[in-house]
Design a protein around this ligand. Structure first.
Ligand code: C5P
Length: 218
C-alpha cells in the first residue's frame, strides 16, 4: 500500500492553500504547497539575474537551492522568504517560468519527496495529473473569478498591502489562461478528480466535504 496522498488542484486564489493545509492538520499529514516551489525558483532566479525564458539557467539555479521548510515558513539559505514569495511580481514570474519544461523537471523529485508516512496533502496545478497520478483522492477546486479576486483583495488589504480589485482580477485571469493553455502540465482536472466549487462555501464546509470523500474512498 502506497503512502496516502490527497491532491488539491485548481486556479489561483481558489482557496487551495487554506483547504489543503487545514486538511493536512486535521489528518496529521504532511503538506506540500507546490506553488511555493515555483515561487522560490522565480525569486532565486530573479536574484541570480537569470532571464525568465532561460529554462536550463533556471534549472541550474534550482539545483543549487538550499531550501528549508519550517511549518509554514520557507528559508532560502539562512533567509526566511515566506513574505517575499507572496509578492505579485514573484507570482507572475512563477507563472511564466512554470511553463518551461526544464523548470518543471527540476522541481519534480523535490515534490515527490514530500510523500512520506503517515500521508500527504498536496496543493497545486498538476498534483493529480502529473506529480501524484496514483493519489487516493484527487480534488479539483474552483471558484468564480469574481470570488477569487475578492478573496485575494481582502488578503492583501488585511496585510496592509496595496490592492486594486480590477487589476487583481485581470492578472488572475491572465495567469489562469496561461496555466490552462500551456503545453506541459496544463491546469486541468484529472480524469478521476472530484470537482468542488467553493464560491458559496465557507472553508469549514469544503473541509467537511473532502473529509467525507476521504472517509468513503475506495
Ligand atoms: O499557487 P501559486 O499561485 O503559489 O503558484 C504560483 C504559480 O506557479 C502559478 O501561477 C502556476 O503557474 C505555477 N504552478 C504550477 N504548478 C504547480 C503549482 C504552481 O505551474 N503545481
Amino acid at each position: 500500500e502506497q503512502v496516502p496522498v490527497i491532491t488539491i488542484d485548481g486556479p489561483t486564489a481558489s482557496g487551495k492553500g487554506t483547504l489543503a493545509s487545514t486538511l493536512a492538520a486535521a489528518l496529521g499529514y504532511h503538506f506540500l504547497d507546490s506553488g511555493s516551489l515555483y515561487r522560490v525558483a522565480a525569486l532565486a532566479s530573479l536574484q541570480a539575474g537569470v532571464s525568465d525564458s532561460d529554462g536550463p539557467g533556471i534549472a541550474a539555479v534550482i539545483a543549487t537551492l538550499r531550501l528549508r521548510f519550517d511549518g509554514p515558513r520557507l528559508y532560502l539559505g539562512d533567509t526566511e522568504v515566506s513574505e517575499e514569495l507572496r509578492r505579485e511580481d514573484v507570482g507572475s514570474r512563477a507563472s511564466r517560468i512554470s511553463a518551461l519544461a526544464d523548470v518543471r523537471a527540476a522541481l519534480y523529485a523535490l515534490q515527490v519527496s514530500f510523500r512520506r508516512p503517515p500521508g500527504l496533502v498536496a496543493d497545486g496545478r498538476d498534483m493529480g495529473t502529473v506529480i501524484f497520478p496514483d493519489a487516493q483522492l484527487k480534488v479539483f477546486l474552483t471558484a468564480s473569478a469574481a470570488t477569487r479576486a475578492e478573496r485575494r483583495h481582502k488578503q492583501l488589504i488585511s496585510k496592509g498591502m496595496p490592492s486594486n480589485i480590477d487589476s487583481l482580477r485581470a492578472d488572475l485571469e491572465a495567469r489562469d489562461a496561461r496555466d490552462r493553455t500551456r503545453a506541459i502540465a496544463p491546469l486541468q482536472p484529472a480524469e478521476d478528480a472530484q470537482l468542488l466549487d467553493n464560491s458559496a462555501q465557507a472553508v469549514e464546509e469544503s473541509v467537511a466535504v473532502v473529509l467525507d470523500w476521504w472517509a468513503k474512498r475506495r
